[in-house]
Design a protein around this ligand. Structure first.
Ligand SMILES: O=C(O)[C@H](O)[C@@H](O)[C@H](O)[C@H](O)COP(=O)(O)O
Length: 248
């Protein structure tokens, strides 16, 4: 189903610390189905070996069609745990919450039976939400689905955040983020985000991106190798490798 799985050429003079696989799809349709099939295969493999399978998901807008396609996969969804890589400080029923995206587009059809861990809940403080995330995070996940902004952020890790050094070095899987002043954060400056330590629990990482601007962002990030300028590079930390799925 993949149109082209060859890696993006990179300057051999630039050390590429960690690998990535570039999957280029001709259309939104093939991108959608390839991503959904790959995620379903990872879940199916895990469910054949273990009582439960865990999947970490991004919000934003890009992954919605993939989630809708994945929701139709014939899996034993009652044994699947869905968690978020990040959340805006919004209640789960807010249409701008990442939880809302997941509920609308994934927790339907066959996947309605999955168990969803919303990071925010009425009455839960930000500190409690981070503690909740950390209490659940230290277990293997079949995959983490990442998105990316044109500024090179992923999850809620934005370039130029004053606390980014500390966050990138954190041993906690999730941290509270104050993204005030980061244009990519939009109106949602208060957030919870996975850290590189949290991402280490994912056995596979998918980066789902569309459009020439994001392709260029990704190329610049890889060429630079500077994770503080391009936090999306956390997807390539460790030895798992990053599967980047792109379509125009
Ligand atoms: O809460 C968020 O903002 C996201 O989880 C974020 O990391 C997202 O994945 C990117 O901003 C891409 O968003 P789009 O898919 O909407 O471009």
């Amino acid at each position: 189903m993949l149109d082209d799985s060859s890696p993006v050429p990179h300057d051999p003079a630039q050390p590429q610390a960690t690998p990535y696989r570039w999957h280029e799809h001709r259309s939104l349709d093939t991108w959608t189905w390839a991503c959904a099939v790959a995620l379903a295969a990872d879940l199916r493999r895990e469910l054949a070996r273990r009582p439960r399978a865990r999947l970490l998901l991004s919000g934003g807008t890009t992954p919605a069609p993939v989630y809708r396609a994945l929701a139709r996969a014939p899996l034993d969804w009652a044994r699947v745990d869905i968690a978020l890589v990040d959340e805006r400080w919004l209640l789960p029923n807010d249409p701008d919450a990442n939880a809302w995206l997941v509920r609308q587009h994934l927790l339907r059809d066959n996947a309605a039976a999955a168990r969803f861990e919303s990071l925010t809940q009425p009455g839960r403080t930000l500190e409690e939400a981070v503690a909740f995330a950390n209490a659940h995070a230290r277990q293997s996940a079949v995959a983490a689905v990442l998105g990316m902004g044109e500024d090179g952020h992923t999850a809620s890790l934005f370039p130029g955040l004053p606390a980014l050094d500390r966050v990138l070095a954190s041993k906690q899987p999730y941290v509270a983020i104050d993204a005030s002043g980061a244009p990519g954060a939009g109106q949602w400056s208060k957030r919870i985000s996975v850290t590189p330590a949290g991402l280490a629990y994912a056995q596979a990482r998918f980066l789902l991106i569309q459009g020439t601007a994001k392709r260029e962002t990704f190329r610049q990030a890889v060429a630079s190798g500077d994770v503080k300028r391009w936090p999306v590079l956390i997807g390539m930390e460790g030895d798992v490798g990053l599967d980047v799925h792109w379509c125009p």
